[in-house]
Design a protein around this ligand. Structure first.
Ligand SMILES: NC(=O)c1ccc[n+]([C@@H]2O[C@H](COP(=O)([O-])OP(=O)(O)OC[C@H]3O[C@@H](n4cnc5c(N)ncnc54)[C@H](OP(=O)(O)O)[C@@H]3O)[C@@H](O)[C@H]2O)c1
Length: 238
């Protein structure tokens, strides 16, 4: 299904990976509809996305999710990239509140949006979720980050059966330059990018446009479902 004239709801589409997917959809003649928590981010994104629509959404409020879906109009593909800034947390600091907050957007939010969208999705369309290579290649302090990747991989495979014929796939990026890392200082983040990139077979970290191509592929191809597409510069190999 070529993306020309396709309508793509991108939850988390105002920054980073989701915004790059929105740009890629426009380049292919499709129409993105972006949603995230902050209206200011929606406004900034729409200023860069000619022809796109967008809305602010509260992912723990079913009425807000329904309003987003109504505003989006017909939906061929759902892309889910929403996630707060990553803060690495050692085991000692993993209180129930910290754990619940982390899972609320990435997991509960994803399932809530899929539940609310599924009957409206084009049966020839798809859902593309976001995982990550931390599930296979965690580092110390990554208990939450690694766990969510494992959960999204499993959810992708299960939903490929439960939502069929709608295809369900996920993209697993390695370290990719985006606002996700802005809990770190600028110096820390630049040094992390340089260190991680130098250790990779490709010699650099990912850019959001690199990873967006995998989301586009997941939407356009018509055969793969339940598949996790890794885009990590070879990180799981080294
Ligand atoms: N970048 C990487 O290196 C990398 C690697 C592997 C996996 N990932 C995963 O990919 C996903 C996207 O990352 P990214 O790099 O694109 O990050 P990003 O640039 O920070 O974008 C995250 C998006 O999610 C939205 N968001 C955050 N909390 C939200 C909430 N409670 N409700 C609705 N929207 C919310 C943000 O907008 P608002 O602030 O307006 O809500 C923003 O649009 C994350 O789940 C991340 O863990 C990223």
């Amino acid at each position: 299904m070529h993306l020309k004239e396709s309508r793509v709801l991108i939850v988390g589409g105002t920054s980073g990976l989701g915004l790059a997917v929105a740009r890629a959809v426009i380049e292919r003649g499709g129409v993105p509809f972006v949603a995230s928590r902050r209206q200011s981010n929606v406004d900034d994104a729409l200023a860069q996305l000619p022809g796109a629509g967008g809305i602010a959404v509260d992912l723990i409020d079913p009425a807000s999710i329904d309003a987003m879906i109504r505003a989006a109009g017909p939906i061929d593909h759902l892309v889910y990239t929403a996630g707060e800034n990553l803060e690495l947390t050692p085991l000692d600091d993993l209180t129930p509140e910290v754990i619940e907050t982390f899972w609320r957007t990435r997991y509960i939010g994803a399932i809530s949006v899929i539940r609310a969208t599924r009957l409206k999705l084009n049966p020839a369309g798809s859902v593309v979720l976001t995982s990550g290579t931390a599930g296979q290649r965690p580092a110390s302090g990554w208990a939450l980050g690694a766990s969510i990747c494992g959960a999204m991989d499993a959810l992708t495979r299960e939903l490929a059966l439960e939502l069929a014929p709608i295809r369900v796939n996920a993209v697993a990026p390695g370290v990719t330059r985006s606002r996700l890392w802005s809990s770190m200082s600028d110096d820390e983040v630049q040094s992390m990018y340089a260190g991680v990139g130098a250790a990779l077979p490709v010699g650099r970290i990912g850019e959001t446009d690199d990873v967006a191509l995998a989301y586009v592929y997941a939407m356009e191809q018509e055969m793969a479902t339940g598949t996790i597409i890794t885009v990590d510069g070879g990180a799981v190999l080294v």
